[in-house]
Design a protein around this ligand. Structure first.
Ligand code: AMP
Length: 172
């Protein structure tokens, strides 16, 4: 874990002044860190019968795909509006400036699925809560939530449902 942590790059004042952006491209480009991420992300779910990993656009696609591959599960993208080609379900959520929307294919999840929801960073939690609500509305058997990084000062965990297991590899 210390090795992965050592590869995370802090970018000050990105995308705007006052934000310290946790850049994971420096983790993903490092072969040893990428390999370790695959193992560490999947460890907690190996015996849980996970059938689908849902990754949130766009940085959640990288860890989410690795996680799905490691678990022998399928991968499902949650995307920004207008990107998915077939019939979708939508959820709106509050951002710092205005409202945003995300979508998932209506046939992506079934009631037989056991799902891990993945994003790279947990900040305020708004994005993940919206993704959770989308997946929950499709009634899967079970939902887990997973991040590479959690920014604990922003209390995103508090926004997420209390009865859902939330795991992060690295907490700041
Ligand atoms: P949230 O505030 O939890 O809804 O975060 C929204 C999205 O922005 C997440 O998908 C993160 O990938 C990204 N994000 C927010 N804050 C940061 C940060 N400080 N560093 C890197 N990514 C961030």
């Amino acid at each position: 874990m210390e090795y992965i942590k050592s590869k995370v790059r802090d970018v000050v004042d990105f995308p705007r002044k006052g934000v310290v952006f946790k850049d994971l491209t420096t983790v993903f480009k490092d072969p040893r860190a990428l390999h370790t991420i695959g193992w560490d992300l999947s460890e907690a779910y190996r015996n849980k019968g996970v059938t689908k990993v849902v990754g949130i656009e766009s940085r959640g696609f990288i860890g989410g795909s690795i996680l799905a591959f490691e678990l022998g599960a399928g991968f499902v993208p949650v995307r920004k509006p207008g990107k998915l080609p077939a019939d979708t379900l939508k959820a709106s959520y509050e951002k710092e400036y205005g409202v945003d929307e995300i979508e998932i294919h209506r046939d992506a999840i079934t009631e037989d699925d056991i799902v891990v929801l993945h994003d790279d960073v947990l900040a305020t939690g708004g994005t993940m809560l919206a993704a959770y609500n989308l997946v929950k509305s499709m009634n899967p058997k079970k939902i887990y939530i997973n991040f590479i990084i959690e920014l604990s000062a922003l209390n995103g965990r508090e926004l997420l449902p209390k009865d859902v297991e939330v795991k992060s590899l690295i907490t700041y």
